[in-house]
Design a protein around this ligand. Structure first.
Ligand code: NAP
Length: 499
């Protein structure tokens, strides 16, 4: 069946353009070759904005994953021995290709993930920046010489790549969550097997094609997708996979962490958040408004660092909520390809049902709808930008990750109360605060139990900043000078008879 016969003009145009650049791949990548699932199984990829099928991609399982691991293992002996400068120059080529194709890649993200095109192109630039940054850092993996406690001994510290990395990524940033892992892994000399979400595999495959075009050798970067539990199990059970890096929900992250114990793998986890955004009476209203809107609404509220609870102090409450409501009401909802759209669809029906049930639960317990509060009249997976007031921190909506365009508002009186509410969660990824009081700014920043704190801004995280959470939001950091350590082992060499 020719899928193109059933596609809208818009999809057809995007797909045709991607095909002409070789970026529309639907098979897995193992050992440098595009491969079908061994049993021929496929799975369909949908456009969340209109439900149409974009492509059928290979639906792989444990056999393909084991072969991908073997390819990565074989490639490691060559890739890890290249000079850092050689690896760096290939990563630079990859970066340049990503930027050269930013528009097509952005269109592909909008097509399979739904975010507005401008945001999607922004993700490509953001994601590519990790490849550029780690192309630079590749040359700075320094060791150490330690003063020996014995006169005839010398102690050297060598940093070496961990080996084969298994990387499992989510659908909400189908490009950046991959480059944030592949950049440092490849820079260090590791090889990688990537498993993207089955909801957004096309972007991952396009990124992998550009890696091949950039001269990343066969087997260094592999992509398998399909049956998540089977692929996950194969990665966990393999003693050849020495590191597992995962971005996704806390529930799946916990399972993977337990599974990694069997082979004692190095693990890093980027998991769910429950971000508080605190607006104090002494905040600059304009700054707080702009920052808190941005912190809530990117990707239609579907990011791990999106505000999940807006805490507003009583003195500024009425003015702030009034301005926030006006801004939310003026948001344009629609297909991410339409001009001027601020908010696209949610990823699928299950996501809309989750948002709906959290809103209903909050209302049933006394919360009030200020704006929105129901599915958008565009239907399908569109939900109205929503504000709910009179929320209590015990309500489900304040305890679960909403992952949608809903702002629950909690009113507070004192700084101590705000800190207590903010920290009353098992999550600890991102938090935001708005205040013009310098002492408060430091006090609250230090008291917040979070890995990332945005002060008077919505935190435009970048490749230079260490990204990651505390508590049940994860382990390890991505990006920054600290990001390389996640892919390195420290070896101590002790030399005797040197006196
Ligand atoms: P998810 O359901 O946990 O899925 C994440 C990845 O894990 C997907 O590739 C998924 O595959 C795979 N997976 C699911 N079950 C698995 C299993 N048993 N074994 C191995 N792999 C398995 O999360 P999501 O819904 O895609 O993403 C949203 C979540 O990611 C949110 O909680 C968000 O906060 C979090 N997130 C965190 C960060 C961060 O940096 N901390 C960044 C972005 C997102 P399939 O999709 O193919 O089933």
């Amino acid at each position: 069946m020719n899928l193109l016969e059933f596609m809208s003009m818009e999809t057809e145009n995007v797909v045709a353009r991607l095909k002409s650049s070789g970026l529309f791949q639907t098979k897995g990548l193992i050992g440098g070759k595009w491969i079908d699932a061994y049993d021929g199984k496929t799975v369909e990829v949908y456009n969340p904005a209109n439900g149409e099928v974009i492509a059928s991609v290979a639906c792989m399982g444990d056999r393909e994953t084991k072969d991908a691991i073997s390819s990565a293992y074989d490639a490691f002996s060559h890739w890890s021995k290249l000079t850092a400068a050689d690896r760096s120059s290939r990563l630079y080529k990859w970066y340049n290709l990503l930027i050269e194709h930013e528009e097509e890649l952005g269109q592909l993200i909008t097509l399979e993930q739904g975010k507005p095109l401008k945001e999607a192109i922004g993700e490509v630039v953001y994601g590519a920046s990790y490849i550029e940054y780690f192309a630079e850092e590749a040359k700075r993996v320094y060791g150490d010489i330690l003063p020996s406690p014995m006169p005839d001994r010398r102690l050297f510290v060598l940093k070496q790549p961990v080996g084969v990395v298994g990387a499992i990524t989510p659908w909400n940033f189908p490009l950046a969550m991959i480059t944030r892992k592949a950049g440092p892994a490849l820079a260090c000399g590791c090889t990688i097997v990537i498993k993207p979400s089955e909801l957004t595999p096309l972007t991952a495959l396009a990124v992998a094609e550009l890696a091949l075009q950039a001269g990343i050798p066969p087997g260094v970067l592999n992509v398998v997708m399909g049956d998540a539990p089977k692929i996950g199990k194969a990665l966990l059970e393999s003693p050849q996979v020495r590191k597992l890096t995962f971005t996704g929900s806390t529930a799946v992250g916990k399972k993977l962490m337990a599974g990694a114990a069997e082979t004692v793998k190095k693990v890093s986890l980027e998991l769910g958040g429950n971000a508080p955004c605190i607006v104090f009476d002494d905040a600059d209203l304009e700054v707080a408004l702009e920052g808190s809107l941005a912190a809530k609404l990117r990707n239609s509220g579907q990011t791990c660092i999106c505000t999940n609870r807006l805490l507003v102090q009583e003195g500024i409450y009425d003015r702030f909520i009034n301005a926030y409501s006006n801004a939310v009401q003026s948001l344009k909802v629609g297909n991410g390809f339409s001009e001027g759209v601020d908010q696209g669809p949610l990823i699928n029906e299950a996501a809309v049902e989750k948002v709906e049930s959290l809103v209903h639960d909050a209302i049933s317990q006394g919360a009030k709808v200020v704006v929105g509060g129901k599915r958008h009249n565009l239907g399908l997976t569109f939900y109205e930008p929503t504000i709910i007031s009179d929320v209590k921190n015990e309500m489900l909506i304040a305890r679960r990750e909403i992952f949608g365009p809903v702002t629950p508002v909690i009113r507070f009186k004192t700084e101590e109360e705000a800190i207590q509410i903010a920290n009353d969660t098992d999550s600890g990824l991102a938090a935001y605060l708005f205040t013009n009081n310098i002492q408060r700014l430091w006090r609250v920043s230090e008291a917040l139990e979070y890995g990332l704190v945005g002060v008077n801004n919505h935190v435009s995280f970048s490749q230079v900043a260490p990204f990651g959470g505390v508590k049940q939001s994860g382990l390890g950091r991505e990006g920054s000078k600290y990001g390389l350590d996640e892919y390195l082992e420290i070896k101590c060499i002790c030399m005797g008879n040197m006196g």
